[in-house]
Design a protein around this ligand. Structure first.
Ligand code: EPU
Length: 415
């Protein structure tokens, strides 16, 4: 699918933000830990979520998904084998490992995929499972993990990995004894997953230096609403810093989760107003340079570095971004060079020199956040650019084309 899109002056509008993708993809498999009905609200309608629900259905759950509400109920003896090859297409499928180990003591699945952002090993996850008394084997892209009995452990993560923290929590919720996890990831989606598990009766204590999880035998039904997608909200807030915007409002957001992004918006010369659950952003008159590093929460999210790059192209000034989380999250640089953007990459740091005249271009999206950044870049030029493989954006942006309509943008889709 190709998106043909161009910029125009005086763009304005407001958009609704839904629940966090990275909460949804861990909370959906976490529902396996309950024997009764689980209701989860504010679930984004995105392809990663659809795949997680499809896998859950395949292994023996009754699943409904309407109006952003998911219900999940076991309907027969579930299978511990995931045969759906779509598990290889996203990262979050590995949360079935922790959840199914907790519930069935065994799991077999494909290795996870996800956006290509450099090497993305799962060694921390495997160490976590080993320390909780599991053994595993990997053959032909299929992993099988088993345990006789999950045993509580002391886990010191080598890095505060989001995925390894969540898998450690999922796998220890029903393990005998108390598991301690130090150097854990503090991303809001991790805390959201913990709050969901607590709403089903898990005993989890969060202290400043560790998580303490005391295993319980059973978890009870729950009705839980997940947090807003701070990355979706942050993406649109940065889009609103394109100088062709008059303003852009995002609704249904929790501004306290967006502090690092709002700080950056002020530093580059933009403004914002917060009212109740909405944030309105006003673009800078002249974009100021910034030098920043991406970092684990509450640092500036790696997921927003690509769209920030585009915003920094608008005025004459040289900024730098250092990518500290992933080894190769730079696909946008090559694509933006087709528009004659002046960006140079040296190791993990790229320098962005704004102010040069950008041209329309034919670009290709290869990862979710990169795709969003290419849409923003196309809006900088009042002539049609094209972005092929645009469907990758449906992995994480709810109602994306509808949102373009709400902003009255000029675009068409070539199937
Ligand atoms: N890492 C390892 N070994 C492991 C696990 C991670 O070396 O076993 C490394 C990774 O290669 C990476 C770093 O540790 O260099 C951080 O990875 P982390 O595990 O924290 O990230 P993730 O769980 O793979 C999640 C989000 C990403 C988000 C990152 C960082 C999900 C499904 N994905 O990935 O979201 O960028 O945390 O916040 O939760 C996105 O939404 O576009 C996206 C990529």
């Amino acid at each position: 699918m190709i998106l043909k899109i161009k910029g125009k002056n005086q763009i304005q509008g407001e958009l609704d933000i839904y629940g966090a993708k990275n909460s949804a993809v861990s909370i959906i498999p976490a529902a396996i830990l309950c024997d009764g009905i689980v209701t989860i609200r504010n679930i984004p309608d995105i392809s990663d979520v659809r795949i997680m629900l499809e896998i859950l259905t395949d292994i023996g759950y009754d699943v409904t998904f309407n109006n952003h509400i998911v219900t999940i109920k076991k309907n027969k003896k579930p299978s511990w084998v995931i045969k759906n090859t779509k598990a290889t297409s996203l990262r979050g499928s590995y949360y079935f490992y922790g959840a199914m180990l907790s519930q069935f003591k065994k799991v077999s699945s494909f290795l996870p995929g996800g956006c290509k952002l450099g090497s993305r090993p799962i060694d921390y996850h495997l160490e976590v499972f080993k320390s909780l008394n599991c053994s595993y084997k990997i053959k032909d892209n299929i992993i099988t993990i088993k345990t006789r009995k999950l045993k509580a452990s002391i886990i010191n993560l080598p890095y505060p990995s989001v995925g390894a923290t969540i898998n450690a929590i999922l796998a220890s919720c029903k393990a005998k004894g108390t598991t301690y996890i130090t150097n854990y990831a503090r991303e809001p989606e991790v805390i959201d997953t913990i709050n969901f598990l607590k709403s089903m009766g898990s005993i989890i204590k969060i202290t400043s230096d560790r998580l303490e999880i005391t295993g319980v035998k059973r978890l009870h039904p729950t009705d839980y609403t997940i947090i807003c997608d701070r990355i979706e909200a942050g993406s649109y807030l940065l889009m609103g810093c394109i100088k062709k915007f008059k303003y852009l409002t995002v609704n249904n957001v929790d501004a306290s989760l967006l502090t690092s992004v709002l700080d950056v918006i002020l530093k580059i010369g933009g403004r914002y107003e917060i009212t109740n659950n909405s944030i309105t952003v006003f673009p800078p008159e002249v974009v100021k340079a910034i030098n920043l590093e991406t970092g684990p929460y509450p640092g500036f999210p790696t997921d927003l570095a690509q769209v920030l790059t585009v915003i920094l192209l608008q005025d004459e000034a040289t900024s730098s971004i250092t990518e500290k989380i992933f080894s190769d999250r730079f696909s946008h640089i090559y694509e933006l060079s087709k528009m004659k953007a002046n960006i140079t990459l040296d190791g993990a740091t790229y320098q962005i020199t704004g102010g040069s005249k950008l041209t329309k271009a034919d670009m290709e999206a290869s990862d979710l956040r990169g795709a969003f950044s290419l849409v923003c870049a196309s809006l900088l030029v009042n002539a049609f650019s094209t972005i092929s493989n645009i469907e990758v954006i449906f992995r994480g942006y709810n109602d994306f084309f509808n949102n373009l309509d709400k902003l009255k943008l000029n675009y068409s889709i070539i199937e």
